[in-house]
Ligand binder design. Sequence first.
Ligand code: ZN
Length: 211
Amino acid sequence: MPKLIDLTGERFGRLTVVRKSTDKEQFKSTSARWYCLCECGTEKTFAAQALSRGFTKSCGCLDAEVKTKHGMYGTPTYRSWNSMIARCTNPKAPNFANYGGAGVTVNERWKDFASFFEDMGQRPIGATLDRKDSRGNYEPGNCRWATDTQQQRNKSSNHMLTANGETRCISEWAELTGIKKVTIRARVRKGWTHTAAVNTPPEPRRSRNAE
Ligand SMILES: [Zn+2]
């Protein structure tokens, strides 16, 4: 069994860990749960993992404040931030393997939406969150709101294609779509958009039996 790390007394944002919770069985959780006291006075238990990943910073009051303060909850900017956090920290997120699972992290400051918003500003229409260096992390200085064209120009040099909101190398796209690598590469050279190159099924082989 993995050794239990004692979090008693540790602070995570507004939360202070008071003691180990005994309601582990009740939650059917394999991870230890910790009983925390929030600065606002609310008491709540959290999984050790949620705390140490840095995503849980309050009982929920912080999120509520951001909502009111910025009125940003659910906006495109907020959704971009939220999915960045998810793909880097949540193994259940659809793109986790290419982000969190591949070692891409979110800067500590940006785990807080308000700070992210302060640095990045509002997401322009049609833009997505782009890393200038796609091997780098989500952090101030390495991110910008980019249009599809900007991102494609940025990625084409290293055979990275951006489509369907994801950036992968040609081999990965080939594996994922079943379209041959050479076909995808040829399409991009011909000037197809990345989206078309990976979403258009290959031309079916002509068959004598076909009508
Ligand atoms: Zn609170």
